[in-house]
Every structure is written in C-alpha cells, then in structure tokens.
Write a protein that binds this ligand. Structure first.
Ligand code: CUA
Length: 313
C-alpha cells in the first residue's frame, strides 16, 4: 500500500506524520467503502425494482426494524472510533513534549522571521536539528498568516497580538516546504519558506557559519544571496520590471521623487536608510509596505546589498 500513500500524501518527515496518515487513510477508505455500497445498491435497486408495466402496484412496506438498527448502530460505532482516535491525535499535536527547543516565528507581509534560542535570526529559512522536539511559537505583525508544513503534517494560524504554538520532531534530514496557508494579501502565494532539517552538528555549524560565510563572500555576491533568501525578491525585481516595490536594476545614482515631496539620490546612505527605515521615504507610485530589516541584517550584509544594487546596471 505504500505506493498508494506516496501517490496521495507527502513524505512523512515527522514523528506524528504516520499517525495522521493512518487515520486519514482509514476515514478515506471508510468513505469509499460506503460510497461503493450505497451507490452500488442504488444502481442495483433501480434495475431490480423498476416499474415493469402500467398495472404494477408498489407493495406497501413501512419499515424494517432490524435493518434500521444495523444502519444506525454501525455508523454510530464508527464515528465514536473516529472521534476518540482523532481526539488522541489532536491532543498529541496540541501539547509539545517537555524538553522542546523553542523557536519564535513572526509572520509578516510577506515573509517568515525565525528567532533561535541563542538569539540568532533568519528569514524564510528555518534550520532545525533532526530528531529533536521543536516547539514553534507563532505570532504575526500584521494580518493572519498560517504556518503550514505538509511534510510534518502541521498547520497553525499566526495571529496578530496573540501567540499560538505547534510542535514537531523532524525525523528525516532534508529540505521541506513551508507555506503560508491563509490568504494575506498580494504577496500571499510568494510567502514561502524552507525548513532545513540537519544533523545536530550541521545545525550548530549553520548557526555559527552563517557568519563565516558572510565574512568571506564578495560583497555583490552576498547582496544577491540576500536578495534571494531574505525576502527582497518578493517585491524587488532585477529586470527593471515593476513589482510591489521598485526594481533594483539601474537605479543606482538616479534621483527619485518621494511621496513627501522630496527627491532622493540613490546612493549608499539612501539604500541603507531604505533597508533600516523603509517608511522614511516612499517612492512616488509605491506603497509603504516594506518591513524594516533592523536587527535582521548585519552591517556587512547591508554593504552587500548596496554593492549588489550598484552592480545592477
Ligand atoms: Cu501570509 Cu498568506
């Protein structure tokens, strides 16, 4: 039956996935079983008991007590089984085991921000160690988003002004897709993230080496990496095409009119200000929808973005 599972459901990448799938397949199988019986009998009866002539009179049948008991008691038992089975799984999913590592997740239009126990942060890419209970504490900065990882069989809304939580224990190293599963505006379908499950050593190395890689990479290359991984790509194109924000192509050295009536020259200071205080100057024709990157980008990363924009002729 494993081919059927692979065809119908995503990879089981967490400790709880198999339990969900068995219940899901049980309910699906049950539904198919009863559909076939009901539809089959319907067809059969239409043929068998059809009216055969104008003189045929329908016999007078009121009810059949035994039959009614059977079709009441069997479904009742089945839904009771489904209820307790589902309730058990629900409780397991609701309550994170003690000894869980805690990661805070902030959703905002249109990106995911992760904060690890040691204060390290990342955007749109969550790294977790394999075989480790991870408790996710969710909130949102603007509207309702939803944290959805099909491979882990977890989904929970991120609600502004409130904390919600979920937990998982990833069992298989690899990269898994994170979706936003609640319509949250223009960039909803772009609000994607990656979950990288790696060995304990790999995870610790990543926490540290993020920085080492940063230190050695040429600035424009680093800038491109940030554009790709930190959510810039959602709104800023590299082709000159207009997005939710201005394209980065060819803007270096230009003068742009702002909604407050001033004109800003695109140079190092302007780019830096736009990253850290995006609401300060909004270019005419655009909305002030960009979140601040204060505390999210190190100095060298900002320099990288500046160098990268400079290189986009
Ligand atoms: Cu965030 Cu949809």
């Amino acid at each position: 039956m494993s081919w059927l599972h692979d065809f119908m459901l995503p990879h089981q990448a967490s400790t709880t996935a198999a339990g969900y799938d068995i219940l899901f397949m049980f309910i699906t199988g049950l539904a198919i079983f009863f559909f076939v019986i009901v539809a089959g009998m319907l067809g059969l009866f239409v043929l068998r008991y059809r009216r055969r002539g104008p003189d045929e009179v329908t016999p007078h049948i009121t009810h059949n007590f035994r039959l009614e008991l059977v079709w009441s008691i069997i479904p009742l038992l089945l839904v009771i089984v489904i209820f307790f089975w589902g309730f058990h799984g629900f409780m397991t999913a609701q309550i994170a085991p003690g000894e869980s590592m805690e990661i805070s997740v902030t959703a905002k239009k249109w990106q995911w921000e992760f904060e690890y126990p040691d204060g390290m942060r990342s955007l749109n890419e969550l790294h977790v160690p394999v075989n480790q209970n991870v408790r996710i504490i969710l909130t949102s900065q603007d509207v309702i988003h939803s944290f959805y990882v099909p491979a882990f069989r977890v989904k929970k809304d991120a609600v502004p002004g409130r904390y919600t939580e979920l937990w998982f224990n990833a069992v298989d190293p690899g990269t898994y897709q994170l979706f936003c599963a609640e319509y949250c505006g223009k960039g909803h379908s772009d609000m994607l993230g990656k979950i990288v499950v790696e060995s304990k050593e790999g995870y610790e190395r990543w926490l540290k080496e993020g920085d080492e890689q940063l230190k050695s990479m040429p600035l424009p290359e680093l800038g491109h990496l940030i554009w790709e991984n930190r959510g810039c790509a959602t709104c800023h194109s590299l082709t000159g095409e207009r997005g939710q924000g201005p394209s980065w192509k060819g803007i270096w050295g230009e003068d742009h009119p702002m909604t407050d009536g001033t004109t800003q020259h695109v140079d190092e200071n302007y780019v830096r200000e736009s990253i850290l205080y995006p609401q300060k100057h909004i270019r005419v024709g655009y909305e002030g929808i960009m979140p601040t990157y204060q505390g999210l980008l190190r100095d060298r990363e900002i320099l990288g973005v500046i160098a990268y924009i400079k290189s986009l002729k």
